[in-house]
Design a binder for this molecule. Sequence first.
Ligand code: VG1
Ligand code: CO
Length: 554
Amino acid sequence: MSSPDNQADLPFRIRHVDCAAFGDQKPGTAGLRKKVAVFSQAHYLETYIQAVFESLDLTSGSALVIGGDGRYYNDTAIQTIIAIAAAHGVRHLIIGRNGLLSTPAASNLIRQRGAAGGFILTASHNPGGPDGDFGIKYNIANGGQAPESLTDAFFTNSSKLRRYSIAELPDIDLSKEGVTVANGLTIEIVDPVSDYSTLLQSLFDFDCMRDGIRNGLSLRFDAMHGITGIYASTIFSGLLDLPAEQLLNAVPLPDFGGGHPDPNPVDAPELISAALGSASPDLLAASDGDGDRNMIVVPGQMVSPCDSLAILLANAARIPGYKDGMAGVARSMPTSQAADRVAAKLGVPCYETPTGWRFFCNLLDTGDIGLCGEESFGTGSDHVREKDGMWAVLFWLNLLATTGKSGNEILESHWSEFGRDYYQRYDYFIADTDAAAGLFSSLKQNLDKTGSRLPADKTLQLADSFTYHDPVDHSISENQGLRLAFEDGSRIVYRLSGTGTSGATLRVYLQHYEQDMKRHALDPHEVLKPIGELAAGLADIERLTGLSQPTAVI
Ligand code: VG1
Ligand code: CO
């Protein structure tokens, strides 16, 4: 794309602003995430957006999509992005009404409209508000997050930036749908829900689900004051007749009502308590701030996201959009191997990728996989290039409605066929990032001594630092986590989180495989305690950090 200097013929003025580079604009697992206070420093947002445009090779006339999860600072950031995009020759912007788009809906819009890419403004499940977090992801034309090569370029360009260019435009009214052409710039404000809702209707049997709900199949959905409230109102209430009282926290709020919009048993305990009560709905679910995560709960228990992936794979052919089954499946490395067992039985390939949805996208683009998932409450298919919370809930609802089986029956029959992979993640929050880095590097250096430090009942099968060789573009991603696999089918994985905005979080992923049906109804906390203690001991967590227990068990 031509540089803004060549745009002098345009009717709006472009201002060039000299500034010093910020050295900390390195995108993590899913975009650049920082405290709102960091993003709102003078020139901070502008320099990052400038660095993104300098890294892109957009052709003149390209369209870009913009939208976010509605968190605090969304509105300000969108006006800035519009002005910088205009200064860089972009002439068509497609923006969700009121600046809103869930992450999967934005991915869909990029694909459907043939846009060159898009900015998604979210820090996902991280808390929002003036003291909370903000984030920016850039997605490319396939609707997926920018690959590592591109995010590395964003960082490099941001580190040496001395100047940014911004168009002098009035604030754009985002509240009304329609097309405005001003100063050579076409700004199209679109309904954030309709295209995405149409896509989901093409995949699932809405008549069957609506009949199920009318006949007493009960769903409770918690939008956690995130973006899915607007989608759930149209899809669950409007199209499926879900009673209003079953839709919780459906109004998106800039600070998520002060909560932590993360669909997991720690941050959505009300759903778990409701599932443990005698009047539990048949299916309970929640999604996160930007609508890409899902938690699935059935009476009495949460479905591990790893099991959910395996069950969706095993049952795909029961769902209209997937009636021919899946060509293959992929899971992030720390995700349990439950899906591998199903793939082996179906005779389809199962790929192991690094953490982060962007690593699935090449395999989705080539058609090598139709389904993918992560242990962190993320599941999705080739319908978009992001994980998709609403999609996962509809998949489960469709499955219950079509089969007439309860969630527990589906789980139990799955485990009796494939065995059960008990799974949990222990998160250790370590305030001192240097201490966390030191712990991790010493663990990595001593990996080859692991075998000699194990109890008698554990035999080591594999101990390595995971390197991913992308089979499609042949890129290599190193240092994607430390894997310990044992001969009894259990595993320990260690990683440092790449989405936090302060301190460091050491994630310890635990898997224990149980083939014996009589041992399929145990408490995961109890089953995984010994391997959790082993993992803490091998990493010397207490001595190096003072933490005798994980900060959160998920
Ligand atoms: C976490 C999860 C990872 C997920 C990422 C983004 O990353 O572990 O599986 O892809 O969040 O999800 P990390 O680096 O903190 O472990 V989202 O819903 O926050 O965009
Ligand atoms: Co998210």
